[in-house]
Write a protein that binds this ligand. Structure first.
Ligand SMILES: Cc1ncc(C[n+]2csc(CCOP(=O)(O)OP(=O)(O)O)c2C)c(N)n1
Ligand SMILES: [Mg+2]
Length: 375
């Protein structure tokens, strides 16, 4: 029987670290800006474990034929979105490509709705019409989920411009893969971001998730200039690199650069060096472009393993505490799979909804209404 769930605001109850009223993560840090608050670190551990288990369950669902279309999981890259989204505040927006499940979960989309979306069910985050690559959760700040490589980059830069034009202090976290940076859309958008940023009108935080490959093409085979952060020099956008496997390093960087982008309205770019420890997509079984040895070497720096060692070595947590958190995350994922399994497919009538924007109401109609009528 289909399980239903109310679609109210569900802000970050699934994963988010503790927040102060201002929306900033309330956690102690040392003089290098590294988070030392055990509770916050344990919560991050739980978030990252939940993402990993969620992704593993999704891969299983794909193999079982329950997930159609395509599926790209985030395993190995968890510290990047977890670290940056810890600095997300209400009113900020997030836009990314198709490897988007973690971003939705971290922003507060319910695991049940995300899994149901992957299963193409009517109870899914976007009513089963988006699938894995097109998650959207406006209430929680997620503006997609895009399948066209690089296509979302101009949208994100435009959103950032709109935010300053509307005099808000929000920023856009714009995630892109290493493979997207060679796309013309990136260069046009980065040029405008730099230009508008000169006047404080472009609070875009570009976050390059450099997992070293675009499908089966390594960055060395894709560009003669492999320093991806330095490409932003062409557009007068400041940049840095961060170890994307080290959550502590990402948290420190995210807190600092997010504040800078918010205060200045100027774009900034961070190249997070990371690695996907799984194939590009769930349908790719043979990985001829990289060796097993390379994957095993990176697995030694699995971000969850690194955090686990840090928590145990610094006595911030016991093995029992970590086991309890893993168990909690597993239960949440099992519940998400059960919900997706039991949910019904979308009604056929849904084929005709959400296709066009609703016309603006008469009393609010101005130019917008005219353009709808003329279209
Ligand atoms: C415009 C466009 N060209 C080609 C593709 C096919 N394609 C899908 S994923 C991908 C690789 C993108 O790599 P990257 O941006 O590094 O993201 P990652 O998969 O590593 O997260 C390509 C070329 C596409 N989806 N869109
Ligand atoms: Mg890549």
């Amino acid at each position: 029987m289909a399980t239903t769930q109310s679609r109210g605001k569900k802000r970050r109850q699934s994963t988010r670290a503790s927040e102060s009223d201002s929306g900033e993560v309330a956690s102690a840090a040392d003089q290098n800006g590294r988070v030392t608050d055990s509770d916050a670190l344990l919560n991050f551990y739980k978030q990252m474990t939940l993402i990993r288990l969620f992704e593993t369950a999704a891969q299983r669902g794909f193999r079982q034929g329950k997930i159609g279309g395509y599926l790209h999981v985030y395993s190995g890259q968890e510290a990047v979105a977890t670290g940056f989204l810890a600095a997300h505040r209400d009113g900020d927006k997030v836009i990314t490509a198709y490897r988007d499940h973690a971003h939705a979960l971290l922003l507060g989309s319910m695991p049940e709705e995300v899994m149901a979306e992957l299963y193409g069910r009517g109870t899914g985050l976007v009513k089963g019409k988006g699938g894995s690559m097109h998650l959207f959760d406006v209430e929680n700040g997620l503006m997609g989920g895009y399948g066209i490589v690089g296509g979302h980059i101009p949208l994100g830069v435009g959103m950032a411009y709109a935010m300053r034009y509307q005099e808000t202090d929000g920023i856009v976290q714009l995630y892109l893969g290493d493979g997207a940076i060679h796309n013309a859309a990136f260069h046009e958008a980065a040029n405008l971001a730099g230009l508008w940023g000169r006047d404080g009108l472009n609070p875009t935080l570009f976050i390059i998730e450099n997992n070293q490959y675009g499908m089966g093409t390594s960055i060395e085979r894709a560009t003669a200039m492999t320093d991806l952060a330095a490409k932003f020099d062409s557009y007068a956008i400041e940049h840095e690199k961060v170890d994307g496997m080290d959550l502590g390093a990402v948290l420190e960087c995210a807190e600092r650069v997010t504040r800078q982008v918010r205060e200045t309205g100027k774009p900034y770019a961070v190249e997070a060096l990371t690695y996907r420890i799984v194939p590009h997509g769930a349908g790719d079984f043979f990985e001829k472009y990289r060796t097993k040895e390379e994957v095993s070497k990176w697995r030694e720096r699995d971000p969850i393993g690194l955090l686990e060692h840090h928590l145990l070595d610094s006595e911030a947590a016991t093995e029992e505490q970590l086991e309890a958190l893993r168990e909690e995350a597993k239960k949440a994922v099992d519940a998400a799979v059960a919900f997706a399994d039991e949910s019904a497919e979308p009604d056929a009538a849904e084929l005709y909804t959400d296709v066009y924007a609703e016309p603006v109401a008469d009393d609010q109609a101005g130019n917008d209404q005219r353009s709808v009528d003329e279209a």
